[in-house]
Design a protein around this ligand. Sequence first.
Ligand code: ZN
Length: 265
Amino acid sequence: MPNRPETANAQDTRFLYELNAAFDRAAHDDDIRVIILAVNGKHFSSGHDLSEKDWHAARHDYPTIGSMCGFMCAGADAQMAREEEIYLGFSERWRNIPQPTIAAVQGKCIAGGLVLVWPCDLIIATADARFTDPTVSFGVGGVEFFNHLREVGVRKAKEILVTSDALSAQNARALGMVNQTVPRAQLGEAPLVMARKIAPKSRFAHKLAKKAIQGAQDARGPDVATQNAFHLHQLAHAHWLKLIRFSDGSDRSAGGDSHSIEDQT
Ligand code: ZN
């Protein structure tokens, strides 16, 4: 997969399209029985790259996967279309890859980092790994792939969102979000040990087992919940963009207090 360790693997548009292409190649290769998502560097991911300004240029190197507009549409439509594709859309595609997927996580995994690991079937983390969704601190109510309840339950989901506190690897394991915690020196080998147990078994049985489990999850209605959370997320973007636009106080018709947060979570 693409690596940007110099930025703590901040995810820009190119990074996400290349990661999606790597997942596609693996999913289409009948000889690949297990997929491991791992990155180089001290931290797994610092989240979405907030410094990226000219994402249109990178986007034109790749075909749009979804059926929304081409990201050049007006106003909130463009922001929503982009996030439907590269955040929510890619995560849902990766969740439905037929082969078992394993995420290997070290260091900090922040906001958009969760959007990479939550679609994976298994998560192996170093003992010093920390998982954080600080988006409420930026004025947004959670990342685009809103999987918090399914991963840690209602009470903990509310706690980590309203406090922006990090979830330790040990607590994440106790809550069922992480399968294994290992010393950092073993993060390279541990997913391979797991993969060697998985690989000899039937590829088709893996696909069916994943469909059975995810079908049970989806029967509880998470698609509706995820879409609802995503639309609230888009409302937050539109809200802050409107306040930023009028932050010089020249037009109070925008409503609310002026705000300087530049949000692209
Ligand atoms: Zn967003």
